[in-house]
Write a protein that binds this ligand. Structure first.
Ligand SMILES: Cc1ncc(COP(=O)(O)O)c(C=O)c1O
Length: 355
């Protein structure tokens, strides 16, 4: 057997439960995806691309990154397209972490933060979120010291859903900048939360913002994301990304999705202004604790989350077990349209009544 690096041998796989996720059989509330298709413009553009007979030609990006920068509200040159948000995270970890370096990842966080840091051989420092889902600011600030090379902030947090006030992000950026430590601000759910650190990139050259087209835009199958940072940083990161890492389906889908922002916004409005309050009201009535969320999902704390997850599955809905602030298993449910939410509430009502 080929001998891979010992630290890779020691690592575990990130194997999300992807098998059997048929949307014909189940309502998919397990991966924080859109529950409705992307803009019809995306479908049309992808069809056109396939018919153009350019699938045998290497990707060509044209003005893609300028268009992304325009959407993100930053200058041209300050955005880099990536193959999903995951690739942005990975490239930043590769750019900043070596074996033995320290990385601060407040717990709990998104799996790829641990995976990409682990591949680099970094030691992970984990200040813990509070019981009410609030961010451990003092603990994080106190951990900023020599040897730390990167801080990964997930805002809103996945899986908790809770937010970090931008003033607190700035306190971290300031202290980190003094010590030349990079900060990755993961904004995968930006379209839902509207929380962003992108206005701080001019002031803090140690800041990277990672975003994705996977969630609110619904382009997850194409793998489409981007990083926003100072132009010099983007230049450095683009040495790590391969010249064709982003495929033409992603390019085509992104450009078409950006032509139909209204489609994305109307979904976000339904999720955040109609579905989410309805679900929260139901859970409050039933006495189920959930962390305050700024994203399209809620993390529910219950006595036996595995059993409830299974019962919800037998009602035709997939949800996902995820750790709470303390590392104990909880149940994360994505929020979709009103119809989806009504279906989930009905199933949950039945399951809770059986207990
Ligand atoms: C916090 C967070 N960051 C990044 C990503 C990665 O997004 P993508 O699917 O575009 O790689 C996700 C996806 O679930 C996420 O939850």
């Amino acid at each position: 057997m080929a001998k891979v690096k010992p630290r890779i041998q020691k690592m575990s796989h990130y194997r999300p439960p992807l098998e059997g996720r048929s949307s014909k059989d189940y309502l998919l509330l397990d991966f924080n995806e859109r529950t409705t298709p992307a803009s019809p413009k995306v479908k049309e553009a992808l069809r056109k691309f396939i018919d153009s007979e350019r699938t045998q030609v290497y990707p060509e990006y044209g003005n893609l990154e300028e268009k992304i920068a325009e959407y993100a509200g930053v200058k041209p040159g300050q955005a880099m397209v990536t193959s999903g948000g995951d690739q942005g995270i990975d490239i930043i970890c590769r750019a900043h972490l070596d074996e033995g370096d320290k990385v601060i990842i407040p717990f709990p966080s998104f799996a790829m933060h641990y995976q990409s840091s682990g591949i680099q051989g970094a030691n992970i420092l984990e200040p813990k979120y509070e019981e009410d889902g609030s961010f451990p600011l003092d603990e994080t600030l106190n951990l900023i010291s020599d040897g730390v090379r990167l801080i990964i902030l997930c805002n809103p947090n996945n899986p908790l859903g809770s937010m970090i006030p931008i003033e607190d992000v700035e306190k971290i950026l300031k202290k980190a900048k003094e010590k030349e430590i990079a900060v990755l601000h993961d904004e995968a759910y930006f379209e839902f939360s509207r929380i962003t650190a992108k206005d701080l990139i001019e002031k803090y050259d140690n800041l990277y913002v990672v975003r994705t087209f996977a969630k609110a835009f619904g382009l997850v199958a194409s793998r489409a994301g981007y990083v926003v940072s100072k132009e010099n940083n983007i230049q450095e990161l683009s040495k790590i990304r391969g010249p064709y890492d982003v495929n033409m389906f992603a390019k085509t889908a992104i450009l078409a999705a950006l032509e139909d922002i209204v489609h994305m916004e109307s979904y976000v409005k339904e999720v955040m202004e109609v579905s989410k309050p309805k679900l929260e009201e139901f859970l409050e009535k039933r006495g189920v604790f959930f962390y305050p969320s700024r994203a399209n999902y809620l993390l529910l704390k219950m006595k036996n989350p595995e059993e409830i997850t299974e019962k919800i599955r037998s009602e035709g809905i997939l949800v996902r077990p995820k750790p709470d602030h303390d590392g104990k298993e909880a149940m994360r449910v994505s929020i979709g349209t009103l119809k989806d939410t009504e279906k989930f509430i009905k199933a949950m009502d039945k399951v809770l009544a059986l207990r």
